[in-house]
Structures are given as structure tokens and as C-alpha cells.
Write a protein that binds this ligand. Structure first.
Ligand code: SAM
Ligand code: DTB
Ligand code: SF4
Length: 329
């Protein structure tokens, strides 16, 4: 077998006695620079050491509070300041959440993720969300919420309600962040992740590819995620869904293989995390999705809608799983 070219050490010491492994941007850029076949081979090795490579986790999303957000995230259909056509809606009543969660469970999802277009939750809103979490958890689904930045004590309330995962994405490299979002900082996002971790909730955090960032920015995002101690249990990698009316409506799409490389880099640097092939899947061919799974993605959003944009129909995903011999977990 040919050795994989290694300009630099590609795997830091991850033995139990080693201090927390730290990846450098140079090391992750070196992964990106590998010939694709070598990179995929390496990602598969790491994947198979830690997971059954034929199993995929499925989470279903529901937007429980859509639109009207105060923040200026340049990619987002829900930011009030951009004319995207997304209507502002009130927090969804509990019975509608229950109906959606039941439908997701019936379709075979293992986790139900509820998203709200907030900078962060107000205490009176949080009380309603904790009720949703308690109810969905009681239906036998894992729970995840994404509510924006948390204030002191809010993570404990979520934990107490039975929350399994909190999603809060770093979104992009700290040095590119200011070109995407100005109304809050990358450091604010790290702070919220710390509060989530401290409360004993599992962390779901990833980012978006295709916002005009460089490969170095992509490598730096992966490093910032992988060097969280511990790394997030769940890492959603989104391919930008361009939204008319936002500043990113016309950004040139990233090459599909570059997206695959990003998933492989996430897999290699975060060996035991679930890496989720997230937004942008509807625009991908079945073959590109299969390459993403080969690169180590082992989770998807399942159901015909993300928050405000489309996702492949559950039946199309079922058929793809069948054709690839993939099993849900
Ligand atoms: N307001 C909360 C927040 O910002 O954390 C939760 C909802 S926000 C919509 C959740 C994540 O969805 C964002 O952090 C971003 O990574 C992803 N996202 C939003 N719009 C997207 C788009 N057009 N394309 C790809 N990913 C997107
Ligand atoms: C994540 O990383 N991606 C999901 C979820 N976490 C909340 C959201 C994707 C949103 C895509 C654009 C939309 O549907 O509005
Ligand atoms: Fe608001 Fe979240 Fe959209 Fe940013 S990503 S505008 S915080 S809903």
C-alpha cells in the first residue's frame, strides 16, 4: 500500500495520556491539499475506527419561531433587515409542535430539532420552549434546540427540561466572521457553547461553507471546532443556500469536491463526533451526497423542510439509503 504523503503530521497524539489535542490551521490545510482519493481513504479509516460506516443518524428540523430576527447574519432569510419574503411569525403553539414531532418520529427520525429566529431567548419565551422540550422528550425523541445566544442560567433551565443537544454554529472562521455578521461576535458564540457545555448539554456546532471564504478560512473554522475541549458531539456542515435579498444572494457556489474535502477534514479532526451533511443537500446529486458519506458524514436533516428552505423529500432519502445500503440509527 502506498503511504499517504505527509508534509506535516496529520494526526496529533490522541492517546488518553496526551493533553487535549490541538490542531493547527497548517495541519488542516495539509489535509485539504491531499489528493482527493488519499483524503477520502484517510477519512474512511478514521470513520471506521469510530463508527459503523453504513449507519446514518437522522434529525428532523422544525422552525418554531420564524423570521423577524434582529441580527444581520448575511446568509439568513430570517433577518428582519433583509427583504427575503420570509414572513415574521409568532412562537408556534405546543399542539402544532407535537404534531410535527409525531410525524418526524413516524417517519423514523431519532432527534427533533426546534429552531427559533432570535438573537437569544427572552425568559418568557424560554418557559414555552422548555415545555416543548419536555413534551417532545416524553414522546421518545432526542431533543435539540437552536435559540441563539444564551444568558446566565438559561442553559440550566434547558438541561432541567431534558434537552439533549443545543445547536449554535460558529458559522465561519473568526477572522472572516466580521464580513458575515456584525451584530454579535464569534466570541459570543464561543461563550454560549461554554454555557451549554457547563450545563451538561451536548454541543451541536458547525458552520457554513460557500460564503466567499477562502480555503484557509474553511480550515480555520474546522480547527476552531476541533479544538473546543471536548469537540462538539454533533458538527453540522451547511452548504450555503443562497437567499434572494440577503447580501450573500449571489456568492459563487463552492466546488462540490471542496465541500467533500471539508467534511473529510471535519471527520479526521473530530473522529468521534457525528458530522452532519446539513443545508444544501437538496441542490446536490445523489452521487455527491454519497461522496459526502464516504468522506465521513454520518448524519442528515431528514424531512422536506429545513427552517425556511427545502430539503429532499423523506421518500427520496429512503430510496437513496436503500441504493447505498445505508441504515438509519
Ligand atoms: N438564531 C439562531 C442562531 O443564529 O443560532 C438559530 C437559527 S439559525 C437559522 C441556525 C443556523 O442555520 C445558522 O447558524 C447557520 O449556520 C444555518 N443557516 C441559516 N441560514 C442558512 C443558509 N441560507 N444556508 C446555510 N445555512 C444556513
Ligand atoms: C444547522 O447547522 N443547519 C440547520 C440547523 N442547524 C438549525 C438550519 C439550516 C437552515 C437553512 C436555511 C433555511 O432553511 O432557512
Ligand atoms: Fe437571526 Fe439566527 Fe438568522 Fe442570525 S442566523 S439572522 S441570529 S435567525
Amino acid at each position: 500500500m502506498n503511504a499517504i504523503p505527509q508534509a506535516v503530521t496529520l494526526t496529533p497524539d490522541r492517546s488518553p495520556t496526551a493533553s487535549a489535542p490541538r490542531w493547527t490551521v497548517a495541519e488542516v490545510e495539509a489535509l485539504y491539499q491531499l489528493p482527493l482519493m488519499d483524503l477520502l481513504y484517510r477519512a474512511q479509516q478514521v470513520h471506521r475506527e469510530n463508527f459503523n460506516a453504513n449507519e446514518i443518524q437522522r434529525s428532523t428540523l422544525l422552525s418554531v419561531k420564524t423570521g423577524g430576527c434582529s441580527e444581520d447574519c448575511g446568509y439568513c432569510s430570517q433577518a428582519a433587515r433583509y427583504s427575503t419574503g420570509t414572513e415574521r411569525e409568532a412562537l408556534m403553539p405546543l399542539d402544532e409542535v407535537i404534531a410535527a414531532a409525531q410525524a418526524a418520529k413516524d417517519k423514523g427520525a431519532s432527534r427533533f430539532c426546534m429552531g427559533a429566529a432570535w438573537r437569544g431567548p427572552k425568559d418568557k419565551d424560554l418557559a414555552k420552549v422548555t415545555e416543548m422540550i419536555r413534551t417532545v422528550k416524553g414522546m421518545g425523541l432526542q431533543t435539540c434546540v437552536t435559540l441563539g445566544m444564551l444568558k446566565d442560567g438559561q442553559a440550566d433551565e434547558l438541561k432541567e427540561a431534558g434537552l439533549d443537544y443545543y445547536n449554535h454554529n460558529l458559522d465561519t472562521d473568526a477572522s472572516f466572521y466580521g464580513q458575515v455578521i456584525t451584530t454579535h461576535k464569534h466570541a459570543d458564540r464561543i461563550d454560549t457553547l461554554g454555557q451549554v457545555r457547563e450545563a451538561g448539554i451536548k454541543v451541536c456546532s458547525g458552520g457554513i461553507i460557500g460564503m466567499g471564504e477562502s480555503r484557509r478560512n474553511r480550515a480555520a473554522l474546522i480547527v476552531q471546532l476541533a479544538n473546543l475541549n471536548p469537540p462538539p458531539e454533533s458538527v453540522p456542515i451547511n452548504n450555503l443556500v443562497p437567499i434572494a435579498g440577503t447580501p450573500m444572494a449571489n456568492v459563487a457556489p463552492v466546488d462540490g469536491f471542496e465541500f467533500v474535502r471539508t467534511l473529510a477534514a471535519a471527520r479526521i479532526t473530530m473522529p468521534t463526533s457525528f458530522v452532519r451533511l446539513s443545508a444544501g443537500r437538496q441542490e446536490m446529486s445523489d452521487e455527491l451526497q454519497a461522496l459526502c458519506f464516504l468522506a465521513g458524514a454520518n448524519s442528515i436533516f431528514y424531512g422536506d423542510k429545513l427552517l425556511t428552505t427545502g430539503n429532499p423529500e423523506a421518500d427520496r432519502d429512503e430510496a437513496l439509503f436503500e441504493r447505498l445500503g445505508l441504515r438509519p440509527i
